[in-house]
Design a protein around this ligand. Structure first.
Ligand code: DGY
Length: 322
């Protein structure tokens, strides 16, 4: 009898083919994310689970598992999984870092370019028939990037790759981490370590690259927005809950900061009438940091590989903890 694997959403055909050759595969169809009751009843019966960043795999859900060997998430983020409890239950957890580093850094830089040059805003102006005269001296002016300071919160894989993009645009680079990165990495990226307070007050752009944890929950709130430059922009491609959206909406509306580019939100998908959608000084993307053809293929390959290793009682190639 083939072992049972459950996917909370489908993957590319090539990935399903590999899985179906080895396992009895079931894929959730219908409402996304999968309702928690269905997930909990499925998890009782399976040995392998493939999930996505919006599936909440908390202690109560893991508790339902009887034979589960591995949880393989199709994402670099794993804040949706209680990894500590999984480890306690000897369930392996695989994730997909590295392969999505470039794509996510590119998206962060795209948001930065878009908001600073008002590209999406211009697109809206044209589509709404509001572009009346050409080339006015102060029409739709943005700002130069050259010489501006980007503050990168979290100079890890994605933050470091974003720094390379920023360096190529002649930006000054500040960063804040729990720990300094190596001198050679600092030199290669031309990045200077500063305190969180300095990063906040000295940056023209702040890009967030930290996971969502108890410590980073609503790290960016009104108190912080008031310490940022009035001319500054906030970019977030990590997790929505690192930013207090209510405060951000007020900060953008009252021009306490200049603008923002977000790929992630406190609750996704955000609705058409979400207060942030009413503002012009923000660019919104539907959580597409890793969404390129090439990257999504590599993510599927790793997700499947991690799952197979875990099913065979081996540590996934990219594993959290155990
Ligand atoms: C992930 O994989 O966790 C990212 O949010 C993708 O953009």
């Amino acid at each position: 009898m083939k072992k049972r694997v459950f996917l909370t959403r489908t993957l590319q055909d090539f990935a399903l083919k590999i899985l179906k050759e080895k396992y009895q595969v079931e894929i959730h169809s219908g409402k996304i994310p999968i309702p928690v009751t269905k997930l909990r009843s499925k998890i009782k019966e399976i040995e392998g689970l493939i999930c996505f960043p919006y599936d909440i795999i908390n202690k109560e859900t893991i508790e339902c598992a009887k034979n589960l060997k591995v949880i393989s998430t199709y994402s670099v983020g794993f804040d949706h999984i209680d990894t500590k409890y999984a480890k306690k239950k000897k369930i392996r957890v695989g994730y997909t870092p590295e392969v999505l580093t470039d794509a996510t850094a590119d998206l962060a830089f795209s948001l930065l370019l878009d908001i600073s040059r008002r590209i999406s805003e211009g697109d809206r102006i044209i589509r709404e028939g509001k572009w009346k005269e050409i080339f006015g001296a102060s029409d739709y002016v943005g700002i130069d990037l050259q010489g501006k300071t980007i503050g990168i919160l979290g100079l890890g894989r994605i933050g470091g790759t974003l720094a390379k993009r920023a360096k190529a645009f002649d930006m000054k680079i500040l960063y804040h981490n729990r720990k300094h990165v190596s001198k050679s990495k600092e030199n290669a990226l031309n990045a200077k370590y500063v305190s969180f307070e300095k990063l906040v007050s000295q940056s023209d752009f702040i890009s967030i690259h930290v996971p969502h944890t108890k410590e980073t929950n609503h790290l960016f709130n009104m108190e912080i927005f008031k310490k940022m430059k009035k001319s500054a922009f906030l970019i977030n491609t990590s997790r929505g809950k690192v930013v207090n959206e209510k405060d951000l909406t007020i900060a953008l509306r009252k021009k306490i900061i200049s603008g923002a580019g977000l790929d992630v939100f406190e609750s996704e998908p955000i609705k058409k009438n979400h207060p942030l959608t009413k503002l012009q000084n923000i660019v919104l993307a539907p959580h597409i940091g890793s969404s390129t053809k090439e990257t999504r293929i590599k993510m599927a390959e790793i997700t499947v590989k991690n799952l197979i290793l875990g099913m065979n009682q081996k540590k996934p190639t990219y594993s959290v903890g155990y």
